[in-house]
Design a protein around this ligand. Structure first.
Ligand code: BMX
Ligand code: ZN
Length: 317
């Protein structure tokens, strides 16, 4: 009989939990807006896991992907600036264990890294040796595979592509740096640009939206509808993203690049713009056009990868 596990994805906007089987299928799922306090977080995660394990009490464990720097050996959140700062110093295993029906293993790692684990287990990265993954969401997450193994670095921080310095004098970032990639391309960065345009009263369809300030999805939709301001915001952000990807490609020479996260649903026009710019920037040295592909496991891809941490522990320790 196929084992099942609980996969949990702790993101900047939503927290999600699901029962996932060994085929990577989601059997049950729950989600909630990311709470603002530890107490609210604890009750939200407890409610989700209690509901899911009431339906599937035979779970073999819980895997957790979270923003920030997570110590997989203890599940401690070592660093987590921004809206989830209250989790810093917490052991994620300790937060979920009270809701579990029996003593089962609890594993945790950075959310982008576990999303890549999902792609290595059931998605486009199966059997790959050298791959870069970016998760384009509230922030920009990263995961890197070199010689078939996930790169963690000397203290587990490796892969934080979102904090690659794009412009030394750029906007301040939650990580304490300035001009990080995610201050130019991420849902928050795109929404900040849209808010600024609306705030200045610029002629754009974004002004007429009922929901203010516009969401990242609203900006992409307005660009698709031909709105010049929205198109400019998306094109400028995408040009910076693809330049950063070109730098990563020449640094790591991956077989291909995977793009996941909520923004990857922006469609073929978005991917084509990235592929073209990355090719122009890297073709001479690389002598090939590196493939840039969407993640196979669509949202909530983070929960399936998280579940893989406990469904197939031997592969990712
Ligand atoms: C941030 C960083 C990463 C996280 C990524 C995606 C921090 C420093 N978060 O770059 O750890 O993987 O965002 O976050 O706290 P998400 O909100 O898009 O899931
Ligand atoms: Zn940063």
């Amino acid at each position: 009989m196929s084992h099942v596990a609980v996969g949990v994805d702790i993101g900047g906007t939503m927290i999600k939990a699901a029962i996932v089987n060994e085929e990577g299928q989601i059997l049950e799922s729950r989600s909630a807006e990311t709470p603002g306090t530890l107490k609210e977080f604890q009750s939200a995660i407890e409610a989700m896991i209690t509901e899911l394990t009431a339906i599937h009490p035979d779970v073999c464990g819980v895997g957790i992907g979270s923003k920030g720097i997570i110590d997989p050996s203890t599940t401690r959140v070592d660093v987590l600036p921004g809206t989830l700062h209250y989790l810093e110093g917490q052991n994620l295993a300790g937060l979920v264990r009270p809701s579990l029906p029996q003593q089962v293993p609890v594993a945790a790692d950075n959310d982008a890294r576990v999303t890549l684990v999902g792609e290595m287990t059931w998605g486009v990265a199966r059997g790959c040796h050298d791959v870069i993954m970016l998760t384009l969401g509230t922030g920009v997450g990263g995961g890197i595979v070199v010689d078939g193994r996930i790169v963690r670095g000397s203290t587990g921080v490796a892969g934080h592509i979102g904090h690659y310095t794009i412009n030394p004098d750029g906007p301040p970032c939650i990580c304490g740096n300035r001009g990080c990639l995610e201050t130019y391309f991420s849902a928050r960065a795109i929404e900040s640009e849209a808010f600024a345009a609306v705030h200045r009263g610029v002629a754009t369809s974004l002004l007429c939206l009922e929901r203010q300030p516009p969401s990242c999805a609203d900006v992409f939709a307005a660009a698709l509808g031909g709105d010049e301001i929205a198109t400019g915001i998306i094109d400028r952000a995408t040009a910076i993203l693809s330049a950063a990807i070109a730098g990563l490609v020449l640094t790591l020479d991956p077989e291909f690049v995977i793009i996941g996260g909520q923004i990857s649903a922006a469609g073929e026009r978005f991917f084509e713009a990235i592929r073209k710019d990355v090719a122009v920037r890297t073709r001479l040295l690389l002598r090939r056009d590196v493939r840039v592909v969407p993640a196979a496991l669509q949202n909530p891809s983070g929960v399936t990868g998280a579940a893989a941490l406990v469904l197939f522990p031997a592969q990712y320790d």
